[in-house]
Design a protein around this ligand. Structure first.
Ligand code: SF4
Ligand code: FES
Length: 367
């Protein structure tokens, strides 16, 4: 099976079953959002603010069928995520099944829960809120920091590669050096420092989370120093805040191009936040096969490629680099999901972001 140098875009390839697929990109990754339940209460959580009842979550058999169909479709990596995936008692079975299908398995976890059964896991991403215990616990909303340190030890003793994920916001962005030293102390192979994305709870709490312009400037300098100091020990990834850079993020590496997400109740989405967009109800694995959804659903085809793009994206030389930015952010900020992402300096709405940038507010408990 051939993976194209263009990242799997606009290809015609053979599926695992040998049948010819339409001239569409194949998904490389599946984000399996096993549950939205989570013991933490982070204010930047991208989970929907209203979630389906736990009783409606996919059963083990349904998730097994999703994994089978994903592999058949060509998926190579499964990201077991949530909420907190450790809260699903069947997680070891699902990981084992994905591994048996030959897929790379990535566990995205808070580290709070039963982490003893790591068999079949290829890589772990552990979320960390801060380097200091009281501040980290304040951000997480529970006493979690010491448990995360223990979880990192467990992951390292299991011989697994460890990425430490830190979401940056007004309450921790001035402490990148401390956070990097802390991650190195945990034995991380990779540290991802990514500014908050404003979806779900993150959108609701945007005023509290948004760093000031001065903080973002300081963070860019601190990130360079962190690279200098720790780049030889672990890989450092610093994801800039698109609200401040004038450059939109290439969200999901293009709509319906590389990844798909399945929610706890089986809704299939091109990105985790797509359910907020206006339009027909999103497809679900309880009513449709995954391949049918990927190739033929209205939702996955809505912003695929570049033909849907408005001006200025339509004629922009970067349209196949950032794909016009993020559809969900465009919708949230302009009311039109097909608009150029206002994070782009060429968007007619870009000036409106300045208002958001000027209203940071750090809650007292985080100071
Ligand atoms: Fe990207 Fe569109 Fe901005 Fe060009 S105009 S940089 S394609 S968002
Ligand atoms: Fe939905 Fe970016 S989060 S397209």
């Amino acid at each position: 099976r051939r993976l194209l140098a263009d990242g799997g875009r606009a290809a015609t390839r053979e599926t695992c079953a040998g049948s010819r697929a339409p001239a569409e990109p194949l998904p490389i990754g599946l984000v399996a959002e096993l549950t939205y339940r989570c013991p933490l209460r982070c204010g930047y959580c991208s989970n929907p603010v209203q979630i389906d009842p736990v009783r409606d979550e996919l059963t083990t058999a349904e998730w097994i069928a999703v994994l089978d169909q994903a592999r058949e479709l060509g998926v190579l990596q499964v990201h077991f995520s949530g909420g907190e995936p450790l809260l699903r008692a069947d997680l070891p079975d699902l990981i084992g099944h994905a591994r048996a299908l030959g897929m790379y398995t990535n566990l995205i976890t808070s580290g709070i829960g039963r982490l003893e059964h790591l068999g079949g896991v290829d890589h772990v991403q552990l979320s960390v809120q801060h380097a200091d215990t009281p501040l980290a616990d304040a951000i997480a909303g529970i006493k979690a920091h010491e448990k995360k340190i223990a979880a990192a030890g467990l992951i390292r003793r299991a011989g697994l590669p460890l990425t430490v994920n830190v979401v940056l916001h007004a309450a921790n962005v001035d402490r990148l050096a401390d956070i990097a030293a802390f991650a190195a102390g945990l034995g991380a192979d990779r540290l991802e420092l990514a500014h908050t994305q404003y979806y779900g709870w993150g959108l609701r709490n945007r005023a509290a989370l948004m760093p000031s312009v001065a903080q973002v400037r300081r963070a860019a300098l601190a990130a360079a120093e962190v690279h200098e100091r720790w780049g030889g020990v672990m890989e450092i990834v610093y994801v800039e805040p698109d609200h401040h850079t004038g450059r939109p993020k290439p969200c999901m590496n293009g709509w319906g191009a590389r990844q798909l997400a399945v929610t706890p109740t089986g809704v299939v989405l091109p990105c985790l936040a797509a359910q907020q967009l206006p339009g027909p109800p999103a497809p679900t694995v309880r009513q449709q096969g995954l391949a049918d959804i990927w190739y033929h659903s209205e939702l996955f085809n809505r912003y695929r490629g570049t033909a849907w793009m408005p001006s200025p994206c339509r004629d922009c030389e970067l349209r196949e680099v950032d794909f016009g930015g993020c559809r969900c952010q465009a919708f949230q900020l302009t009311g039109d999901p097909a608009a150029t992402d206002p994070a782009c300096s060429l968007s007619p709405h870009h000036g409106e972001l300045a208002v958001l940038r000027k209203t940071p507010m750090i809650p007292r408990r985080y100071r």
